[in-house]
Design a protein around this ligand. Structure first.
Ligand SMILES: Nc1ncnc2c1ncn2[C@@H]1O[C@H](COP(=O)(O)OP(=O)(O)OP(=O)(O)O)[C@@H](O)[C@H]1O
Ligand SMILES: O=C(O)[C@H](O)COP(=O)(O)O
Length: 397
């Protein structure tokens, strides 16, 4: 990486603003169900503690609308978990303005080696708009900016990009590690190279397929991503997740794959449910014959076998996005089967995304994978070969 890191700057006695990606999955009560992203930030935070910096952490959580404090999206549970993991008090700036009076006061009071977490930066509209004034306000809290939020490095937001206009900006250890490991695996990948896409952020991630078709030998599409393709091919998808404006694009991608000789695989069957609920009535149906009032919430058994066959002999696999609503046991079968199939691949396996990583970890396959990236969309954009805005703004060596 040709970017400066933490080690290239003096941090002792400095207020260091660190952008992390603490966008962790939570249950309906707000309890954190997977803390990989918090643990992944610890090397940077511990280094700063030991170097005598005053540490001010920033993150987003979920996608609030930018209209001030909302309990559901508060980072307070993250402050508690972080404090347990560090075995150290982590102050929390309860502040709907994020960088308002309370945050200012608490950041001024920090002593060397102490840690403060700000509230969810997306409580302020200016964050996702990369607003200059909000970036300036955040920057006003510190002396140095460290970006360690690999999972959010594909967003040009105030706390990931704009802030670098006002402070010296360097990379944290997580960003450094992600780029090193993925760069090495993906620079000249062993083939067959297979990408598996799923999840629910369809409009966000469907766009990567165009570039992926230039890089991979096969693309396997499951999860919420599949139904737009099925519908675009003339299938009946009932109430399944659909990105209607992307249907033409999906059609184009199916044609492009054919023209390029890249195998693009869609599910052949699905577990369709009467509602989006853990105990909903459900049954297996053909992927293109989902009844009108049903929705596909997992890949079906024939699809599992088909996908497993395609993965078996791969030499490089990148997986992003679960195959179904794995948080509900009735719809977790496909994701579990794919995770298991990946754990047997002898080549390089890279898992990207908050939920995909959580699924692999919960199933006990984490140590069977080459790399579990903290980035979902970010790792896909990295794989596409795009420059991530949160990294582009950092100072060069
Ligand atoms: N068929 C489906 N219908 C609706 N939701 C689905 C379906 N399949 C998977 N999902 C949901 O997709 C979500 C995960 O998607 P997402 O695209 O956010 O992946 P991710 O691995 O978390 O990546 P990122 O870190 O980019 O968010 C899960 O909460 C899961 O329940
Ligand atoms: O989960 C992610 O992929 C990152 O935290 C980025 O979140 P976003 O897609 O809401 O920007």
């Amino acid at each position: 990486m040709n970017k400066k890191t933490l080690k290239d700057v003096t941090t002792k006695g400095k207020r260091v603003l660190v952008r992390c990606d603490f966008n962790v999955p939570q249950d309906s009560e707000g309890a954190i169900t997977d803390d990989i992203r918090i643990r992944a930030a610890l090397p940077t935070i511990k280094y700063l503690i030991n170097s005598g910096a005053m540490i001010i952490l920033m993150s987003h959580l979920g996608r609030p609308k930018g209209e001030g404090y909302e309990k559901k999206y508060s980072l307070k549970p993250v402050a508690q978990r972080l404090s347990e993991l560090l075995n150290l008090k982590v102050s929390f700036a309860e502040d709907g303005d994020v960088a308002g009076e309370n945050a200012k006061k608490l950041s001024q009071e920090l002593k060397e080696g102490q840690v403060l977490l700000l509230e969810n930066v997306r409580f302020v509209k200016g964050e996702t708009k990369n607003d200059k004034e909000f970036a300036r306000k955040l920057a006003g809290l510190g002396d140095i900016f460290v970006n360690d939020a690999f999972g959010t490095a594909h967003r040009a937001h105030a706390s990931t990009a704009g802030i670098a206009d006002f402070l010296p900006a360097v990379a944290g250890f997580l960003i450094e590690k992600e780029i090193a490991v993925m760069g090495k695996a993906l620079d000249n990948p062993d083939r067959p190279f297979v990408a598996i896409l799923g999840g629910a952020k369809v409009s966000d991630k469907i766009g990567v397929i165009n570039n992926l078709l230039e890089k991979v030998d096969k693309i396997v599409i499951g999860g919420g991503m599949a139904y737009t393709f099925v519908k675009a091919s003339g299938g009946e998808i009932g109430k399944s997740l659909l990105e209607a404006e992307k249907m033409d694009y999906a059609k184009e991608m199916l044609e492009k794959a054919k023209a390029k000789g890249v195998k693009l695989l869609l599910p052949v069957d699905t577990v369709a449910a009467s509602e989006f609920k853990a105990d909903a009535e459900h049954r297996v149906v053909d992927i293109d014959k989902i009844p009108e009032d049903y929705m596909g919430l997992d890949i079906g058994p024939r699809t599992v076998e088909l996908f497993k066959q395609e993965i078996k002999d791969a030499k490089t696999v990148v997986w992003n996005g679960p195959m179904g609503v794995f948080e509900m046991p009735a719809f977790a079968v496909g994701t579990k089967a794919i995770a298991e199939a990946l754990s047997r691949v002898s080549g390089t396996t890279i898992i990207g995304g908050g939920d995909s990583a959580a699924a692999v970890e919960q199933l006990g396959y984490a140590d069977k994978m080459t790399h579990i990236s903290t980035g979902g969309g970010a790792s896909l954009e990295f794989l596409e070969g795009l420059e991530l805005p949160g990294i582009a703004v950092l100072e060069e060596v």
